[in-house]
Design a protein around this ligand. Sequence first.
Ligand code: FAD
Ligand code: NAI
Length: 475
Amino acid sequence: MSQQFDVIVIGGGPGGYIAAIRAAQLGFKVACIDEWKNAAGGPAPGGTCTNVGCIPSKALLQSSEHFEHANLHFADHGINVGSVKLDLGKMVGRKDAVVKQNNDGILYLFKKNKVTFFHGRGSFVKAVDGGYEIAVKGAKDDTLIGKQVIVATGSNARALPGAAFDEENILSNDGALRLGAVPKKLGLIGSGVIGLEMGSVWRRLGAEVTILEGLPTFLGAVDEQIAKEAKKAFDKQGLKIELGVKVGEIKSAKKGVSIAYTNAKGEAQTLEVDKLIVSIGRVPNTIGLNAEGVGLQLDERGAVVVDGDCKTNLPGVWAIGDVVRGPMLAHKAEEEGVAVAERIAGQHGHVNFNTIPWVIYTSPEIAWVGETEQQLKARGAAYKAGTFPFLANGRARALGDTTGMVKFLADAATDEILGVHIVGPMASELISEAVVAMEFKASSEDIARICHAHPSLSEATKEAALAVDKRTLNF
Ligand code: FAD
Ligand code: NAI
């Protein structure tokens, strides 16, 4: 006998599990299906983000930063710890424990909100009167009927042609987060978000890291001034980034990986490394969903086609998160999940794509919201810019981390904030103020007139807002 639900969510990542919880809060009978397995074969909801993405990468970034601080910076504070030893097994074990806490937390939230969880792969069977039949294949098979279906099946790492992931030598984000030893030489292809975060982790732990990037510009989506400042910091740390390369044949053998490439000058080169991480973007995942069986429209990249409200071409079927257009970010997936649940309930769920923040959790952190200076120039906008360096911020000096700046971009006529870009300590936290300000259509003057605690890094935000009007107080 099939079980009936108002809403069935396929995928339990940040998009799916949040959509399920919100739908349940709104009074619907909700099922969430997720196939991720932990090491023991049990359920591990939370998707890419919790299992092999946001959470474990941030755990290792934190641990490796502590290691680097103990090695290089504690002495500056008068703390002598002698020789610092790495216990990689313990570090990775701690990361796994953090992941498990998050998996368990989601299972608890499902119980609390009365979401019925199914562990297995969900796929469309057919449209039925007033909904869809969904099959679940797992340790136990089930058949469900849902009046509404939300597809939240996420994304997978994109492999380079001819260099399939073996997670031994050629690693995706999955293998990159569970190396058994620090490689002497580590290669990465792609200096995007994963390349920089994972490159930073393993460099801090002792690997000699080389990142090969296809584009001639570093972090092309980031404000140019901010990207330049970040590149200077990474160069100083010894993170080797080669831009404008063309990657050729990749040979993997027992002793390591050899990557043939042409550098920006057109010269043939070979990079020999112990391990290679390929971080060249991700592809939407609809494997095993039987989208074609029910006529769910996909685009040429395999993403589910949706309109601005996350509606697919099938009535009552919605799609959210990495499997649809837009930035592949956990908080974007969550926002879409909430908005879709609310739309199903007849409310006006809303996602503002202009105020979705981006953060790269390197050291220095890079964070931004809104338009970059190059985007404003390209569209011929009249704007004013203001920057403030952390070098002139008392809290940054006390922290011992004065790298970077806060940059404001505001409309020349109205002073409305158009973009805020930060490279420096705790940029990930500082950016929230800018998001709130932009969501409320604040002007840079609004921020400049708000009292910020002293001493705090957020004073750099206030000063950058003052800088738009050329009236910084501390620089
Ligand atoms: P996913 O998290 O991919 O979840 C989809 C889930 O659906 C998975 O559990 C999958 O197993 C399941 N599934 C798929 N098909 C089926 C099926 N047919 N039946 C049942 N289950 C199915 N984003 C940030 O915002 N901040 C970060 O710091 C950040 N760090 C990242 C670090 C790394 C290394 C990576 C790879 C990504 C990172 N991201 C980060 C991106 C973030 O992980 C994704 O944007 C986010 O996970 C997307 O959520 P989602 O719910 O759409 O999909
Ligand atoms: P990415 O899109 O951030 O970067 C990929 C990089 O690889 C680009 O610079 C691109 O030019 C380069 N590239 C592509 N093909 C290449 C080739 N053949 N040779 C050399 N270089 C090539 O993708 P990444 O780093 O894989 O991450 C995927 C997504 O996951 C991100 O875009 C982001 O949405 C998400 N993510 C978010 C994080 C965060 O929010 N902190 C952290 C990690 C991932």
